[in-house]
Design a protein around this ligand. Structure first.
Ligand code: FE
Length: 333
């Protein structure tokens, strides 16, 4: 009899244990590739004992999957790039707000959602890169100035189909209004030395090869190219330093609305914003830590300090459709 009670007791105990063990994990859907996330997850597991399971795919596929899975999703956290994508996930009702003093302290206001549904964890700067053999630094000043006739046949741009340029133009609309932004974008288009290029790396290669003199790219593409060939005639310029600052975007995180491990997921999110994880998160992709108390990697720091545009990145999402239509009207392909 005693034995039977003991067995039942053991059974209940093991069921409880299984439940606790099940709770001690976080499931992540990530548009950032494995090499860029695994080191932080390993550090988190080591510190907390909480396991992190992850699936990586492109952002479109992950959003579609979250939407299709609805309440049955196993995902607790979404990691993706560009505020435009995080904003879209919020609009689709896939995320939930997180009130956290740690996050409010670690992540500057402009890099997180005003409704607390997403948080930037690394900063990507979309800036000017020029060929120092062909451009005098004193001729460079702002994004807007690239519309000036002095840049005729000297500008290369990545296609307007990529969210990076859509976000840049959306932020310009927020700052200047539609009419003025359309004038600027039309000016860019008339200054193009070649049709818009498929990616940032191509645009940099064109500048290095002398096919154009200046372009607009995220600095980590510059970093990747320069670490392969440090002698390329390419240099970074930080525009709008007297005015609104450099256009930045984020790679960031939201907690899913229907995830089952909310507590552990918030703990992971807070960990990712902390000093311990910020360098891992940013340095692996040559980005800037979102947490302003953390210094970037030395190679990245060697490109110089700059002032970021402090406007809240939710504008990039809100005005994305307007930006796409505007670029179309301006003939920016
Ligand atoms: Fe990129």
């Amino acid at each position: 009899m005693l034995n039977r009670f003991f067995l039942v007791f053991l059974l209940i105990l093991s069921l409880l244990f299984v439940q606790v063990a099940h709770a001690a994990e976080v499931v992540v859907y990530s548009a950032r590739i494995e090499q860029l996330i695994k080191p932080m997850f390993d550090a988190f597991t080591e510190e907390t004992g909480i396991k992190v399971k992850y699936t990586t795919d492109n952002e479109g596929a992950l959003l579609a999957r979250l939407q299709a899975e609805g309440k049955n999703t196993s995902a607790d956290m979404l990691i993706t790039v560009d505020a435009g994508n995080l904003w879209a996930a919020e609009q689709a009702g896939l995320l939930k707000p997180v009130k956290s003093e740690v996050l409010a302290h670690n992540i500057p206001m402009h890099l997180r959602d005003p409704n607390d549904q997403w948080f930037g964890l690394s900063v990507r700067a979309r800036t000017l890169v020029y060929n120092p053999k062909k451009v005098k630094v004193s001729d460079l000043s702002t994004y807007e100035d690239l519309a000036d006739v002095k840049w005729r046949n000297r500008l290369c741009l990545r296609s307007s189909k990529k969210v990076y340029n859509q976000s840049l133009v959306a932020m310009m609309i927020a700052e200047h209004g539609e009419t003025e932004t359309e004038r600027i974008v039309k000016g860019w288009v008339s200054n193009l030395a070649t049709d818009p290029l498929p990616d940032d790396t191509k645009a940099l290669e064109y500048v290095a090869a002398g096919k154009c003199d200046v372009t607009l790219v995220n600095t980590y593409y510059f970093g990747r190219l320069m670490s392969k060939d440090p002698n390329l005639p390419l240099a970074v310029f930080w525009p709008n330093q007297q005015g609104s600052g450099v256009h930045v975007n984020i790679s960031g995180v939201g907690i899913t609305k229907y995830g089952r491990n909310e507590k552990a997921a918030i703990r992971l999110l807070e960990f990712l914003s902390s000093a311990k994880a910020q360098n891992l998160f940013a340095d692996l992709n040559m980005e800037y830590p979102a947490n302003p108390s953390i210094k970037p990697d030395a190679f990245v720091a060697s490109w110089g300090d700059f002032k970021q545009n402090p406007m809240n990145l939710s504008k990039a999402g809100e005005l994305q459709t307007t930006a796409v239509k505007l670029m179309d009207r301006a003939g920016y392909k």
